[in-house]
Design a protein around this ligand. Structure first.
Ligand code: F6P
Length: 359
C-alpha cells in the first residue's frame, strides 16, 4: 500500500517559529510512517507542476531555532483571498482547479497551511473546494480569532522589550522623549505587551484613539515629577481621535501603514519643547530566532496538525486555549480580528502601573 503523503506550506508574512512548526510536522508524520512534502513560496508552490521539496526528519533537523521559513513565503501572488485589510476576494476558479490538480497528482491526503488571517482565508476556500486542509495559526500581530495565541507574537514582543531597554538608557542620558513605532495594523497587542514588558510610559494602540494634548500633558507631568525620560510606544495602525491611520504609497503603488511614530514625535516636540527622537522597529520584529515559547508553541502546533489529519478533522485550525492545543473550524478564525479590549484586564493593568494610552 502507498504511504500516506501530506503537504505543508507557509504563507503570508513570515514570523519566528515557522521552522519549528515544519519540524514538528515532520517528526510527528515520521512516527506514523507518512511522507511530507513542503511547497515553496506559500500557495504559489501548488501551481502545476508543483514547486516542492521532500521533507523528512533529517532535512528538518537543526531548523527549530532559525527565523524565517525554509520553504519561503509570500503575501502576494495568485492565491490572495483578502483584498486590503478585510474584504473577501475569491480565488480565480482556474487557479483553484490547478491547485487541486497538483494536490491530486502528488497523491496528497491533506495540506497543512501555516498562516494568518489572509492565508487561512485562502485555506478556507481550498477546503470549500474539497481540498482537505488543516490550518496552523501564525502571526506576530496575535490578532487571529478563535485562538488565545499565535506563534511569532512572543518573539516580536521580546524584540520590542529589548529595543525599549536599549532606547531607555540613551533617552535617560539625554533626558529625551523616545518614540518607538512597532507593528500592529489593526490590533495593538505587540505595542501593549511589548510596551508593558519594556517599561513604556505611554502606549498608543489602534483600539484606543489618542489625543496629542493628552500625550503632551503626560510628558510634562512626568518632567515635573523629575522623570529623566519618557518612552512612548505607538502601533503603526494607531491614530488620533478624529484621525485615520497614516499610510504612504510605495513606488509600486501599494499603500503601507507607517509614519505615525514620526507624527507623534513632532507633535510632542511642538507641544512640550522636549527633545524627541523616533525609532521605527519594522521588520526586526519579524526576523531572527524564535523565543523558547514560540519554539514550543510551533512544535505543539505542528504535532497537533498531524493529529488532526489522523483524526480526519479537515477544515479545522489548530487553536490554543487554556494551555491546550484544540481545534476549531477555520471559518471561526477568519474574517474578523481579535483586537485589544479597551476595557479589558490588560489595559486596566497597564493603567494601574501608570501607563497612559493618550486618551
Ligand atoms: O501581519 C504581520 C505584519 O508584520 C504586520 O504587522 C505588518 O503591518 C505587515 O505584516 C508588514 O508586511 P510586509 O511584509 O508586507 O511589509
Amino acid at each position: 500500500m502507498a504511504k500516506t503523503r501530506i503537504g505543508v506550506l507557509t504563507s503570508g508574512g513570515d514570523c519566528p517559529g515557522l521552522n519549528a512548526v515544519i519540524r514538528g510536522v515532520c517528526r510527528a508524520a515520521d512516527k506514523l510512517g507518512w511522507e511530507v512534502i513542503g511547497f515553496r513560496d506559500g500557495f504559489e508552490g501548488l501551481l502545476p507542476p508543483g514547486d516542492y521539496m521532500p521533507l523528512d526528519r533529517k532535512n528538518t533537523a537543526g531548523i527549530m531555532h532559525l527565523g524565517g521559513t525554509i520553504l519561503g513565503t509570500t503575501n502576494r501572488g495568485h492565491f490572495v483571498a483578502k483584498a486590503g485589510s478585510g474584504s473577501k476576494a475569491m480565488i480565480n476558479p482556474e487557479i483553484m482547479a490547478k491547485a487541486k490538480q497538483t494536490f491530486h497528482n502528488l497523491g496528497l491526503t491533506a495540506l497543512i497551511v501555516i498562516g494568518g488571517d489572509g492565508s487561512l482565508s485562502t485555506a478556507l476556500q481550498l477546503s470549500e473546494n474539497d481540498i482537505p486542509v488543516i490550518g496552523v495559526p501564525k502571526t506576530i500581530d496575535n490578532d487571529l480569532e478563535a485562538t488565545a495565541m499565535t506563534f511569532g507574537f512572543d518573539s516580536a514582543v521580546a524584540c520590542v522589550a529589548d529595543a525599549l531597554d536599549r532606547l531607555h538608557t540613551t533617552a535617560t542620558s539625554h533626558k529625551r522623549v523616545m518614540v518607538l513605532e512597532v507593528m500592529g495594523r489593526h490590533a495593538g497587542w505587540i505595542a501593549l505587551y511589548g510596551g508593558l514588558s519594556g517599561g513604556a510610559d505611554i502606549i498608543l494602540i489602534p483600539e484606543i484613539p489618542f489625543d496629542f494634548e493628552k500625550i503632551a500633558a503626560e510628558v510634562s507631568r512626568r518632567e515635573k515629577e523629575g522623570a529623566k525620560s519618557t518612552m512612548i510606544v505607538v502601533a503603526e495602525g494607531a491614530s488620533p481621535k478624529q484621525g485615520r491611520p497614516l499610510r504612504h504609497s510605495t513606488a509600486s503603488g501599494e499603500h503601507r501603514l507607517g509614519g505615525i511614530g514620526d507624527l507623534v514625535g513632532r507633535e510632542v516636540a511642538a507641544r512640550t519643547e522636549k527633545e524627541v527622537r523616533t525609532c521605527i522597529l519594522g521588520h526586526l520584529q519579524r526576523g531572527g530566532a524564535p523565543t523558547a515559547l514560540d519554539r514550543i508553541l510551533g512544535t505543539r502546533f505542528g504535532v497537533k496538525a498531524v493529529q488532526l489529519i489522523q483524526d480526519g478533522k479537515f477544515g479545522t485550525m489548530v487553536s490554543y486555549q487554556n494551555y491546550q492545543t484544540l481545534d476549531v473550524p477555520i471559518s471561526h478564525a477568519v474574517h474578523r480580528l481579535r483586537r485589544v479590549d479597551p476595557g479589558g484586564q490588560m489595559v486596566q493593568t497597564a493603567r494601574a502601573v501608570e501607563i497612559s494610552f493618550g486618551d
